[in-house]
Design a protein around this ligand. Structure first.
Ligand SMILES: NC(=O)c1ccc[n+]([C@@H]2O[C@H](COP(=O)([O-])OP(=O)(O)OC[C@H]3O[C@@H](n4cnc5c(N)ncnc54)[C@H](OP(=O)(O)O)[C@@H]3O)[C@@H](O)[C@H]2O)c1
Length: 320
């Protein structure tokens, strides 16, 4: 059975984004064995939005799966899919943006992306490894990097552009100078890190929020067990005959954001789609709103006395 995932129009060109997307970051990064078959199964189930990034090393198998899905007729045309990829920090230099996107497109065997995101408000030396050394951390030149992102749209290589992991303060700064405003801010968001302030800000400014780690990213370096072990969520799930994952995904969906979840397990890929034919009650939403808030992603590699961000608070502009 194929599920029908609702879509929402976003960005200055009104492009539609499927509200439940499929993440492809498996920890440790690069662990993409079987990803082609997993994506084919996901397409059969009804997933249409796939989230990748240069740094995940999942672009190639995702591209192979898309090509195969088109060949098999699982989707009518490329336009029926929504593909997001991201610029890694060592390419966050004005002159490296277009070559980086062209490389992602080559990996994906695509002519264009639906959404190209700046992965972090961070610039690394081009030679930096995934886990940067102190000397790799460079000042982030937001304006010039964004000009490169805008060029991606002008060249027709990306339908929409956006950012990830931007605070309200950084978004505000970007919105003040951008000729093409960011369509999306993709950020960590789940019942344990609800991003209320950022969501209100984005709503006011017309920036669509996409939620990553909606289940808390258990088992990754950037996530924790806090969401899946949360007692309030456990009680709601038990009372409703749902799983904690379904409660989390439904909660995020009800907040009006798009959600990027990751599961490479067939049963859970299907389970996570069963969130559109029921809703959380006002009492349940109220209980979730009172869960103590803890940020999952700690970013240790980007914080240094010698880099542009000396502390986590400085990175997030002291926003909770
Ligand atoms: N922009 C950014 O900086 C950024 C950062 C992080 C992530 N992302 C994107 O967001 C995607 C999702 O985030 P995420 O991978 O951190 O975490 P997530 O979706 O919150 O959680 C993934 C974990 O939950 C498990 N899981 C999935 N469905 C489940 C269910 N129904 N019951 C129990 N466990 C379940 C998965 O295991 P199984 O696979 O075994 O099911 C996996 O271990 C990533 O893949 C990536 O595309 C973006």
């Amino acid at each position: 059975m194929a599920y029908n995932i609702p879509q929402l129009s976003m960005g200055s060109n009104g492009k539609s984004i499927p509200l439940l997307g499929f993440g492809t970051a498996e920890y440790p990064l690069g662990n993409t064995k079987n990803l082609k078959e997993i994506v084919l199964r996901a397409i059969e189930l009804g997933y249409r939005h796939f989230d990748t990034a240069a740094v995940y090393q999942s672009e190639k198998p995702l591209g192979e799966a898309i090509a195969e899905a088109l060949k098999l007729g699982l989707v009518k045309s490329r336009d029926n899919l929504f593909i997001t990829s991201k610029l890694w920090c060592n390419d966050a230099h004005r002159e490296r943006v277009i070559p980086a996107l062209r490389n992602s497109l080559r990996n994906l065997q695509l002519e264009y992306l639906d959404l190209y995101l700046l992965h972090w408000p961070m610039t690394l030396r081009p030679e930096a490894e995934i886990l940067p050394k102190e000397e790799d951390l460079l000042p982030f030149e937001m304006e010039s990097v964004w000009e490169g992102m805008e060029e991606c749209v002008k060249l027709g290589l990306a339908k929409c552009i956006g950012v990830c992991n931007f605070s309200c303060k950084k978004l505000d700064k970007l919105l003040a100078t951008a000729k093409i405003p960011p369509a999306v801010d993709q950020v960590e968001m789940n019942p344990v890190w609800q991003q209320k302030k950022l969501r209100e800000f984005c709503m006011e400014k017309g920036v669509h929020v996409s939620a990553y780690s909606p289940l808390g990213g258990r088992g990754t370096a950037w996530g924790s067990n806090r969401v899946m072990d949360c007692e309030v969520l456990h009680q709601i799930a038990t009372a409703r005959g749902k799983t904690i994952a379904q409660v989390c995904l439904r909660w995020a969906y009800e907040q009006g954001v798009s959600v990027i979840m990751k599961s490479f397990n067939h049963e859970r890929m299907e389970q996570n789609l069963r969130i559109f034919d029921w809703s959380l009650s006002p009492e349940e939403l109220q209980k979730i709103s009172q869960i103590p808030q803890v940020r999952g992603c700690t970013l240790l590699g980007f914080i240094s006395d010698k880099g542009p961000y000396k502390s986590i608070e400085e990175f997030w502009d002291c926003e909770i």
